[in-house]
Unconditional design. Sequence first.
Lengths: 111, 115
Amino acid sequence: DAKTTQPPSMDCAEGRAANLPCNHSTISGNEYVYWYRQIHSQGPQYIIHGLKNNETNEMASLIITEDRKSSTLILPHATLRDTAVYYCIVIVTGTASKLTFGTGTRLQVTL
Amino acid sequence: DSGVTQTPKHLITATGQRVTLRCSPRSGDLSVYWYQQSLDQGLQFLIQYYNGEERAKGNILERFSAQQFPDLHSELNLSSLELGDSALYFCASSVDPSGMRNTIYFGEGSWLTVV
C-alpha cells in the first residue's frame, strides 16, 4: 500500500475552511484515498473516500489531483467540534484488514 | 453514534490476569475488526472476523484471541496481561468482508489499564 505524508498539525479559525493536505506520490491505480478522523480517544470516524474524481458529502469535500499523487480534504466551515486528528489512508479496495492509521494531522480549530 | 457497541468502556486489572472485551457490530454488519491503540504505537489492526470465520490477522499476540459468535457479536480475550497491554481497544464493523465497498464503522473503544 502506498505511504502517505501529512503535516503533523494545523490550525484553523472557526467558520473558515480547513484544507488538509495529503501526499501519496506512490499511489497505484487501484488504490483509493480514504479519510478518517479521531476526536480525542473516540473511535475513528469515516469522512470520505475517492479514487480519482473529486468527491463531496455532507461532511467534507475531497480533491484529488489529476496525477493522484496528492489530495486535499476540505472542511468548508470548520467548527470547534472538528478539532481532531485526521488520517489520510491509501488502500486497495477489498483489503480493509490492512487499514492502518499513521500519525495523521492534528487539526486545532480556534475561536 | 456509529452503532457499534463495546463493553466495558473502562477496565483496570492486574498483571497476569485475563480479560474479555465485547463488541456488538452494527445491525446487519457481518464483519468485525479489532484494533489496538496505544500511545506509542498508534492504531494497530489485530484481527478480523467475517460471519463467524477468521478473515485476516494482523499483529495480534499469541496471548490474545478472538471469536465471533453466531449472533455476530465478538469477544477479544487478553490473557497473561502485561503493563504494555494497556491501551484503547477498538472494535469496528462493516457489511462486507472487504470493508471497503461499505465503510468501516468504529465503536467508542474499551480502555484497558494494566497495573
